[in-house]
Ligand binder design. Structure first.
Ligand code: NCD
Length: 307
């Protein structure tokens, strides 16, 4: 039985196959409408979510399966003190696959160790978010036609932003991907990303404080929200929350073929006027999240592609 806890749980070849299936689903979704008939997905969300939970549910419904679950810790037995290990043992009796989001780093890993069904990490604290990464890879691949030879700028809260950690982890496996990491000093990427992922793999990267300086050289700009819920004090959040705001004026500094991605939700970091720019790809990205989660559910349930 396979789980998805970290983007590296899949080989590059497996990710290529997943993206190819997602691509095929986008072209002709009706062929996939019954491949998961009779299967159930449990969405166990101990933290708020709109896109991730609903795109998982939409994905399973599109495949002909059904969904059950909870959308906050308060409405689960966690509120009574139940452990993740016990919860997942029980969910294994009710569903065929589980997508779990939890505020604690490592929670999906713990669940996978006690689970009778595949567990998908739908975000564990400030650690990893592999299904957002699959979404990001599908988006970049369909916009740029490749995942290699790219200069990727990641901007905002690189410390607590789990989508950033997972995306860097995944992209270092493709040839000639360079990173420009744009953040205030307090929100730089964690040490383990800098040392164990970037330096250990001899990846070219630079850390900048200034977005304007970075913009002209980027193929992809990945904007992120400052992660209020992971701050220890509100003053720091207030001081840092508007450190970067992408505006139409700033977009003039970017190349015509640069695309802007954002995992969403957006707060202030991209002004709504940028939405009209053909390079703004974040809503398209949210749509891709459904296709790639359909492909992922099929893979983990070992469902064959329809002929
Ligand atoms: C992200 C997350 O939950 O980490 N959202 C998402 O899943 N699309 C990003 C965020 O909350 O800022």
């Amino acid at each position: 039985m396979r789980h998805l806890l970290n983007p590296l749980d899949f080989t590059v070849e497996e990710i290529d196959e997943l993206l190819a299936v997602a691509d095929d689903i986008e072209k002709d979704p009706s062929r996939y409408a019954h491949v998961c008939d009779g299967k159930k997905l449990a969405t166990c969300f101990y933290e708020p979510s709109t896109r991730t939970r609903l795109s998982f549910e939409s994905a399973m419904l599109n495949l002909g399966g059904s969904v059950l679950g909870f959308s906050s810790a308060d409405s689960s037995s966690a509120a009574k003190g139940e452990s993740i290990a016990d919860t997942i043992r029980v969910i294994s009796c009710y569903a065929d696959i589980c997508a779990m989001r939890h505020p604690k780093e490592g929670s999906a890993l713990v669940a996978s160790l006690h689970s009778g069904i595949p567990v998908i990490n739908a975000g564990d604290g400030g650690h990893q978010h592999p299904t957002q990464t699959l979404t990001d890879l599908l988006t970049i691949h369909s916009l740029k036609g490749r995942l290699d030879h790219l200069t990727v700028g990641l901007c905002g809260d690189l410390k607590f932003g789990r989508t950033v950690h997972s995306l860097i982890n995944a992209l270092v496996r493709y040839p000639d991907v360079k990173f420009v990491l744009i953040s205030p000093p307090e929100l730089r990427v964690p040490e383990y990303i800098r040392e164990d992922v970037l330096r250990a793999n001899h990846i070219e990267f630079k850390e900048l404080g200034n977005l304007d300086e970075a913009l002209p050289e980027l193929d992809i700009l990945y904007m992120t929200r400052v992660q209020r819920e992971r701050f220890f004090n509100e003053e720091d959040y207030i001081r840092l929350k508007d450190c970067y705001i992408l505006t139409p004026k700033k977009m003039k500094l970017a190349r015509e073929d640069m695309f802007v991605l954002h995992p969403l939700p957006r707060v202030n970091e991209i002004s709504v006027e940028v939405d009209k720019d053909p390079r703004a790809a974040y809503f398209k990205q949210a749509q891709y999240g459904v296709y790639v989660r359909m492909a992922l559910i099929m893979k983990l349930l070992e469902v064959k592609q329809p002929c």
